[in-house]
Design a protein around this ligand. Structure first.
Ligand SMILES: [Zn+2]
Ligand SMILES: [Zn+2]
Ligand SMILES: [Zn+2]
Ligand SMILES: [Zn+2]
Length: 233
């Protein structure tokens, strides 16, 4: 799979679409406006992505998190949208000293502008994320954790026909092999790949944990969790 799909996110407030860097900047203009409207308090704009030490990633979440949320709330949110397969362990740690951040802690005892935190889910087939606190605001959020934006379903095409959206991944093949298949080519692949037929077929989902362990998709924001829809040309 040599594809490099573009990564774009929609703004929760106005519905406009931006690139990964553009959306972060754009959301800050809305949040600055919110500081004039919302109840005084404390909140944070937080970017979540695959830990860049594993290379660049197209997956991102932009969250608006209230200071009264706990690290446990964030852990739960990340599991629900991107990670949960079989109840593996997880941990937040500081990047330099690798100190564990207790999940019982309130966000306001942990976060400050510019802070980076590493997060690991599953200590076997680990998915490693990086959280960055982009900005702080002196107001409460509308909800404990607000999903402001995420990458829209990535335009993965079938590695075989290179035309149709990929819907399945064969997890016994490396990512540089042909491993993504549309429905039709998946049927053909099942004829020559025993493993695919038995257990290695996994759905294409909108998460950096796609194809890992038993991960088959999230339980929240499901409408943006699947296969992309081909634009009519
Ligand atoms: Zn907007
Ligand atoms: Zn698992
Ligand atoms: Zn195909
Ligand atoms: Zn296969």
């Amino acid at each position: 799979m040599e594809q490099i799909p573009k990564s774009e996110g929609k703004c929760l407030f106005c519905g406009e679409t931006f690139t990964k860097t553009g959306i972060t900047r754009h959301l800050q203009t809305h949040l600055r406006q919110k500081t004039k409207e919302n109840t005084p308090g404390q909140s944070y704009l937080v970017k979540v992505e695959l830990n860049p030490k594993w290379g660049s990633s197209h997956y991102f979440l932009l969250l608006w998190i209230d200071s009264k949320a706990t690290m446990k709330n964030i852990d739960r949110f990340l599991r629900n949208i991107w990670l949960e397969c079989c109840g593996h362990l997880s941990a937040f740690t500081t990047p330099q000293s690798h100190d564990k951040v207790p999940v019982s802690r309130n966000v306001d005892n942990v976060f400050c502008k510019g802070l980076k935190l590493e997060y690991k889910y599953d200590f076997g087939s680990t998915t490693e994320l990086l959280l960055t606190v982009v900005e702080e605001y002196p107001v409460k959020t509308d909800d404990k954790i607000v999903l402001l934006s995420r990458n829209e379903p990535l335009e993965w095409l079938c590695d075989t026909c290179k035309k149709e959206p990929a819907t399945q991944i064969c997890t016994v093949h490396d990512w540089d092999d042909d491993s993504l298949f549309c429905e039709k080519c998946a049927e053909k692949h099942a004829k020559k790949c025993e493993d695919f037929k038995d257990y290695a077929a996994m759905p294409v989902v909108n998460s950096p944990r796609m194809g890992v362990c038993g991960y088959e998709g999230g339980t929240i924001d499901i409408e943006r969790d699947g296969v992309f829809t081909k634009k009519q040309s």
